[in-house]
Design a protein around this ligand. Sequence first.
Ligand SMILES: Nc1ncnc2c1ncn2[C@@H]1O[C@H](COP(=O)(O)OP(=O)(O)OP(=O)(O)O)[C@@H](O)[C@H]1O
Ligand SMILES: [Mg+2]
Length: 285
Amino acid sequence: MGIRFNEVSYTYNSFSDMEASAIYKISLDIKEKDEFIALVGHTGSGKTTLAKHMNALIFPTSGYMEIFGKKIEHKRNKKIKYNDIRQNVGLVFQFPEYQLFEETVLKDVMFGPMNFHIDKEEAKELAMNAIRLVGLDESYFERNPYNLSGGEKKRVSIAGILAMDPKILVLDEPTSGLDPAGKRVLMELFLNIHETTNKTVVIITHDMDLVYEYFNRVIVMNEGEKIYEGEPEKLFRNSALIEEYLDYPNSIKVLKHLNKTLKLDLDVFKKTADDVLAEIKKAVK
Ligand SMILES: Nc1ncnc2c1ncn2[C@@H]1O[C@H](COP(=O)(O)OP(=O)(O)OP(=O)(O)O)[C@@H](O)[C@H]1O
Ligand SMILES: [Mg+2]
């Protein structure tokens, strides 16, 4: 069942009829399982607006959605339990630091499961596991979230969603503001969750290196419209699209640069540093 967008447009409350849509006539299918999707696009292109629809945090201005079989339209339907949708689709916000409000990390992460009526002891167990999963040890349990670094806060808020064990995970720029090692640790964590549970994971990112290396499907937004959907490799082979709207991953950039400056003919579509090195070694021989 998963999530289906049917020509969904959304305009933030405005006082003028001229206000542009934040997203415009988006149709999209996200399967309940087995997907690992990157959502990319310029700042202001509508990524966060799209993500907020995925767990019915906001409702389409026009068009409709189906989320786990529930039809979500502009008008609220009293028969639909929106809370259930939010348990099925866990959304980690772009600026999670503003969502942390309990006085300890453990309490904060327990909040989600308890909100969905899991008893206290079990919620505590789920929370402790989730905190460890995101790479924070026990010394964090009793700390005040307010006093953590930005990256640590981000991890705590991700733990808060993991503890609810949603069917689909939607993460709005989960790796922004982290150091390179931290980025990889989190990406490996999301990939691991995806691979061991088959959960669908949707990740918003500006990082083309991550898109190329980790994902099997990418959705590109531009000015509220979906302009590409498919394999990352195919996207990066579309130079017109990349040069106008996005950027190449570093691996492709380096190889393109070598081709140009040294007049080589390397295959530029290599994902990892090791693959790049192997390609260069071929030319050196
Ligand atoms: N609360 C709001 N009220 C009014 N307009 C908004 C609001 N939030 C977003 N917008 C507008 O909607 C459009 C899409 O914004 P959105 O936050 O979805 O973009 P984004 O792709 O997530 O950008 P970023 O990469 O900077 O996070 C932008 O033009 C933005 O100015
Ligand atoms: Mg955003």
